[in-house]
Write a protein that binds this ligand. Structure first.
Ligand code: NDP
Length: 451
């Protein structure tokens, strides 16, 4: 049998790669992980973690305003962006150290540098060759900017966290997760935000009511939407930018951010040296066991462009280790994956949208919907409403879709997702006693379907 430096070489120390490495090493597998940027990948460094910290930062504005109705008095609060950036960076460094410690403690060797495949069992890092019985590619994704005139003037979510100064105005191109999350953050921090979206609504793929309701609530907070328009050109004039949209309108702004999706990070990995197959977007093609067409090479997470969410990548990491090293039949169930958008208000969802449910079951669905003013806003004076929606398969009574726009939607829907995965019927929801007074109790008290 051939002898290798390691049993497993992992390229990419993001959520999926780190999880797979640690769990495998814990089983006695000889593992090394190769990373050329930062431990923790997008989520820890330029994604979920700093984003959520910035969401918290931006929510204080409304909290201050809202507190007055509850009797609080204070002088005008001021926001200092450099303090937020510095404190965020300190927290990210702490987390990088935690990752470093976790990897080392579980016996994973960390190799710093860029890994390039040179054959089915070998990876070159800075002119040094490392061999392994198996190679796992978990290199994630990278922001995609369409090829438009002036694209060199724009920033992406990779850059926004560490801006030296906050702009007065920003144009955000795109209407997906990142666009709406950053629109909320920047609006909360006092930036004038315009979203430019090529479709007629934000959050493509989400339930239509959610899309409409979120846009309405974001508009109330002062975020502007320009829909059904593309960007033709971006020009830089001194410190200002002008965006020429599809109707030849010029929008002047202080910063332009593109949040137009992410592509699999599969370039310059040497895939072509080994013949690893990718699709037209560069996603590495894998089978149900995360194995590529080259039997010793595996891939998981965003580089395979299936469901691009951190918890999915970590679940795939566990499933990979289970299958390869424990011979268990662990599979990731891609049905009913809950997801949240940390917009303001929050969106969270699990299961089917109404459109999908109707396309599958036609008239055999019942819709329950509730729109209300959260209790806090009776005194805060803040004009933000909450919406909850449930989609029920009439003939089986199963809840097949559950959606929410409102504070802490992610926290609430995480719990609801368990019930839905367990196949809970509407009758079970109805017989569950509510926790009063909460917004979440609405999900167990909706009795009358929408006509
Ligand atoms: P999304 O895919 O969510 O949204 C991309 C947006 O850009 C859409 O509105 C899309 O329009 C638009 N777009 C795409 N191409 C063009 C183009 N050529 N010109 C104009 N507009 C275009 O991507 P994001 O960048 O927002 O986020 C990337 C991924 O990261 C997400 O899909 C998600 O998987 C993950 N993520 C998850 C988060 C979470 O879990 N909370 C948070 C942030 C990111 P259209 O709708 O018409 O296609």
């Amino acid at each position: 049998m051939a002898s290798y430096d390691y049993d497993l070489l992992v390229i990419g120390a993001g959520s999926g790669g780190v999880r797979a490495s640690r769990i495998a090493a814990g089983l006695g597998v000889r593992v090394a992980i190769i990373e050329d940027r930062y431990l923790g990948g997008t989520c820890v460094n330029v994604g979920c973690v700093p984003k959520k910290l910035y969401v918290y930062a931006s929510q204080f504005r409304e909290a201050f305003t809202g507190s007055i109705g509850f009797g609080w008095k204070f002088n005008q609060p001021e926001f200092d962006w450099p303090t937020l950036v510095a404190n965020k960076s300190k927290e990210i460094s702490r987390l990088q150290n935690v990752y470093d410690g976790l990897l080392q403690k579980s016996g994973v060797e960390i190799i710093k540098g860029r890994g390039t495949l040179i054959d089915q069992h070998s990876v070159m890092v800075d002119h040094k060759k490392f061999t392994a019985e198996r190679i796992l590619i978990a290199t994630g994704g990278w922001p995609y900017i369409p090829n438009i005139d002036g694209k060199e003037h724009v920033i992406t979510s990779n850059d926004i966290f560490n801006l030296e100064d906050l702009p007065n105005r920003i144009v955000i191109v795109g209407g997906g997760y990142i666009a709406v999350e950053f629109a909320g953050i920047l609006n909360g921090l006092g930036v004038e935000v315009t979203i430019l979206e090529r479709g007629d609504k934000i959050l493509n793929g989400f339930d239509e009511d959610i899309r409409d309701f979120l846009m309405q609530e974001m508009s109330k907070k002062g975020i502007q939407f320009k829909l059904n328009t593309n960007v033709k050109k971006i020009e830089k004039n001194g410190s200002l930018f002008t965006v020429l949209d599809g109707e030849d309108n010029l929008i002047e702004t202080d910063l332009v951010m593109f949040a137009t999706g992410r592509l699999p990070n599969s370039k310059n990995l040497g895939l072509e040296n080994v013949g690893v197959k990718t699709n037209n977007l560069g996603a590495i093609i894998v089978n149900d066991d995360y194995q590529t067409n080259v039997s010793s090479i595996f891939a998981l997470g965003d580089v395979t462009n299936r469901v691009n969410l951190t918890p999915v990548a970590t679940a795939e990491g566990m499933a990979f280790v289970g299958k390869v090293y424990q011979k268990t039949d662990t599979v990731v169930d891609y049905e009913n994956i809950p997801t949240a958008v940390f917009s303001q208000p929050n969106v969270a969802t699990v299961g089917m949208s109404e459109v999908l449910a109707r396309s599958k079951f036609g008239e055999d669905v019942k819709i329950f919907k509730s729109v209300f003013k959260p209790m806090k806003n009776t005194l805060s004076g803040i004009d933000e409403k909450t919406m909850m929606k449930m989609i029920v398969h009439k003939s089986t009574d199963k809840v097949i879709g559950l959606h929410m726009v409102g504070p802490d939607a992610g926290e609430i829907v995480q719990g609801m997702a368990i019930a839905i995965r367990a196949g809970a019927t509407k009758a079970i929801f109805d017989s569950t006693i509510g926790i009063h007074p909460t917004a979440a109790e609405e999900f167990v008290t909706m009795r009358t379907p929408v006509a």
